[in-house]
Design a protein around this ligand. Structure first.
Ligand SMILES: C[S@@+](CC[C@H](N)C(=O)[O-])C[C@H]1O[C@@H](n2cnc3c(N)ncnc32)[C@H](O)[C@@H]1O
Length: 419
């Protein structure tokens, strides 16, 4: 509980510090940490949490210079980091920010550290120019990614890595996919314009918004006229392009974005699998909102004996679990929680899934392998290894989308099973 009013900056700083403390203790933002925040404060808390985590390497560097010894109190440290983020990105009313951070510190168990919070933030403001100039001394601070992550990007993309890093540190764009079963894109674009939301057509059925908006401001969202989906993710359905009436498997389906897109484009006999029953529920809810239907089952797609009836599929989508290194701006906590060894663990799980799913593709059928990663071990190298194991597989199309201001990072490889 807190004595600060929910609409105050102090309250938002306090909540953001608590969430970031949970993240650094190992919890994921995807576990709904923000959903528990008072709705009045949620947009401000979200900005503080996501923004400060995107820039954690930088904040950590500043604290290293400002503190004489490491802080043992995680919530106080997290509070300093969110306050520094706010001071850097909204330099107006800096002294109000410091005062509000000190009030927030008073709500923590370590309330006696209020003078330290006050002193560190005032020192930050006094030394800000010199501290900012010193960022170049430390790549993790300057580029705001772990050192092993930077090394992997530099090795794989000698020319593009600075742009990948810059995209990963920026706030993400927001795009919609129009449910072509329920309305035309141009009509929906006009509805958006009437609601004061500017958007540009992108891809087959997408609309890129000039500025992100809360979903409840989107006309007809609850009635299934649109879904939020990155333009990079919207490529999957057209790459797999299953024929109407064909038997399709979406093997890693939750929350169902690509499942829904496939069904919006054509009538299909589609089975959607996901490992977790709670995530299958999200597929069910999404399809219901959009007026679509599929068979949905909780299962490990790699354990064929638990779900497969031996009828082969014409088309399989394998949107496999991955490091999500291409969408790190949407999950900035992952950047700091991941370990380099995770890449090999994901790659091993992905090859297990690929080998199993290949058995359910009919001869002449297709499998689209997809990740939202930029690490080659999960992408092109994974497919090279697969092709070496599977002489009946042919690589029809492969593309690595690097994250930009317009879309997230994705990898796609369309494979055909030779008859
Ligand atoms: C990248 S997400 C899928 C996103 C989804 N295709 C979409 O467009 O909305 C990967 C999903 O794979 C699921 N998953 C992980 N391992 C799995 C397995 N062995 N079998 C089935 N699903 C799995 C995860 O629970 C997660 O929901």
């Amino acid at each position: 509980m807190s004595r600060l009013p929910p609409n105050s900056l102090g309250f938002a700083l306090l909540q953001a510090a608590r969430i970031n403390t949970a993240v650094f203790a190992g919890q994921s933002l995807a576990d709904g940490l923000l959903a528990r925040v008072d709705p009045v404060a949620r947009p401000a808390v979200q900005d503080l949490v996501y923004g400060s985590l995107r820039r954690y390497g930088r904040g950590d560097f500043f604290l290293g210079r400002l503190l004489s010894k490491p802080l043992a109190e995680p919530e106080v440290r997290a509070l300093l980091l969110v306050a520094i983020y706010r001071l850097e990105t909204r330099p107006d009313a800096a002294h109000t920010v410091v005062d509000q951070a000190v009030s927030a510190a008073g709500e923590l168990a370590e309330g006696h550290l209020r003078p330290l919070v006050n002193g560190v933030l005032r020192n930050f403001l006094r030394q800000q120019t010199a501290l900012t100039a010193a960022l170049v001394e430390d790549p993790v601070a300057q580029f705001q990614h772990p050192d092993w992550w930077l090394a992997r990007l530099q090795a794989a993309y000698p020319a593009d890595w600075p742009a990948i890093v810059a995209a990963g540190n920026a706030a993400p764009p927001m795009a919609l996919r129009v449910n072509q079963r329920r309305c035309q894109r141009a009509d929906y674009q006009a509805r958006l314009a009437a609601a004061g939301i500017a958007a540009t057509a992108v891809g087959e059925a997408g609309l890129a918004l000039d500025k992100p908006v809360p979903v409840d401001r989107l006309p007809g969202f609850a009635d299934g006229l649109v879904s939020v989906q990155d333009p990079g993710a919207q490529l999957a359905a057209s790459l797999l392009d299953p024929r109407p009436g064909s038997r399709v498997l979406d093997a890693c389906a939750a929350p169902g974005g690509k499942t829904a897109h496939l069904l919006e484009r054509a009538e299909l006999d589609l089975l959607a699998l996901d490992l977790k029953p709670s995530r299958c529920k999200r597929v069910t809810e999404n399809l219901a909102r959009l007026g679509l239907s599929a068979a949905i089952k909780a299962a490990d797609c790699a354990k064929l004996n638990t779900w497969w009836d031996s009828e082969p599929f014409d088309a399989v989508l394998a949107d496999v679990p991955c490091t999500a290194s291409g969408v790190v701006r949407r999950n900035p906590d992952a950047k700091w929680l991941r370990r380099e060894t995770d890449i090999a663990s994901f790659a091993a799980a992905q090859s297990r899934i690929l080998d199993a799913l290949w058995q359910v593709v009919r001869p002449g059928g297709k499998l689209l392998y997809a990740t939202c990663s930029v690490f080659p071990a999960e992408n092109g190298l994974q497919i090279d290894d697969f092709l070496a194991r599977q002489p009946q597989a042919r690589r029809c199309h492969e593309e690595q989308l690097l994250p930009t201001a317009e879309h997230d990072g994705f990898f796609y490889c369309l494979l055909e099973k030779l008859s």
